[in-house]
Design a protein around this ligand. Structure first.
Ligand code: CP
Ligand code: NVA
Length: 298
């Protein structure tokens, strides 16, 4: 039984094989086999989503499966039914689950009790489907491996997206620089556990210099809305804009996992100048996640 809960538990070989299959699924979009035929998968979401929800719903259907979208507030989970009971019920009816929630422990508990393949579609701890897609997009657009390249993450370095980047750097041998204010830097414990070529600084210019990929994410992640005013103040300056792009390598890509808040983590002109890359990245969620689902069935 395979789960896709964290990039920590995905080997280098498995990541590379998923990336190769993502390219196949993109090329053969309406012609590939349908390994989920006869299966019903549930999407159980406790947070908002556009890209993840639609890419999984469409992807599961294109792989031949049925899909149920379950807003966590509409099922008894939202009224306090324990995760382990929900998991044991759904595990007897569904063939797989895709979960977006708050605590990483909750998605792991669901996987443990449900006995069905379970995907982390974003927790406070990680966003593994996103980062594998971003790497696929980098390699697709640059037509070269990410190994040996420099990726600079700018913004809230302590949230889910940079955490998955940290595990990816350890597995795929690129240099990761995280530019964030001191209070928004990843936990030392995570950095120590992951290893890899990862550096953390509050010097944005130093981190951007010579980068092959400039990457950002929202300053206010889902669940952090109460901290909005403080975050806007603390993270001001950790923005991708023309000044930062000029410091990067001449052929550097600019990516954003979206949704974007123009004027915060990226300015309007930079987002629009790199829209081709950023929306290809969004589309690639579909292709990469199909490859992840196929890998889970192996
Ligand atoms: N990037 C991403 O996960 O987008 P959604 O929140 O819209 O799913
Ligand atoms: N860090 C963001 C990612 C959104 C896709 C969040 O958790 O809201």
């Amino acid at each position: 039984m395979k789960h896709f809960l964290s990039l920590e538990s995905i080997t280098t070989a498995d990541m590379k094989s998923i990336l190769r299959r993502a390219s196949y699924f993109k090329q053969e979009r309406s012609r590939h086999p349908q390994p989920l035929t006869g299966q019903s998968w549930g999407l159980i979401f406790s947070k908002s989503s556009t890209r993840t929800r639609v890419s999984f719903e469409v992807g599961i259907r294109e792989l031949g499966g049925n899909v149920l979208f379950l807003n966590a507030n509409d099922i008894q989970l939202g009224r306090g039914e324990p995760i382990k009971d929900t998991a044991r019920v759904l595990g007897r009816m569904l063939h797989g689950a895709v979960i977006r929630t708050f605590a990483q422990d909750d998605v792991e508990e669901f996987a443990r009790y449900s006995g069905i393949p379970t995907v982390n579609a974003l927790t406070d701890g990680e966003h593994p489907c996103q980062i594998l897609t971003d790497i696929f997009t980098f390699e697709e657009l640059r037509r070269e491996s990410i190994a040996g390249k420099v990726v600079t993450f700018v913004g809230d370095g302590a949230c889910n997206v940079p955490a998955s980047w940290i595990w990816a750097a350890a597995r795929l041998d690129f240099e990761l620089r995280i530019a964030a204010p001191t209070a928004y830097q990843p936990a030392n414990e995570l950095l120590r556990r992951a290893g890899g070529r990862v550096s953390v600084t509050s010097d944005l210019a130093a981190a951007a210099r010579g980068a092959d990929l400039l990457y950002t994410d929202v300053w206010i992640s889902m669940g952090k809305e109460a901290e909005s005013a403080q975050r806007l103040k603390d993270l001001a300056g950790f923005q991708i804009n023309a000044t930062v792009v000029r410091l990067a390598a001449p052929e550097a890509l600019v990516m954003h996992c979206l949704p974007a808040y123009r004027g915060n983590e990226i300015d309007h002109a930079t987002l629009e100048a790199h829209a081709e890359t950023i929306f290809a990245e969004a589309e690639n969620r579909l292709h990469t996640q199909k490859a992840i689902l196929e890998w889970m069935l192996e």
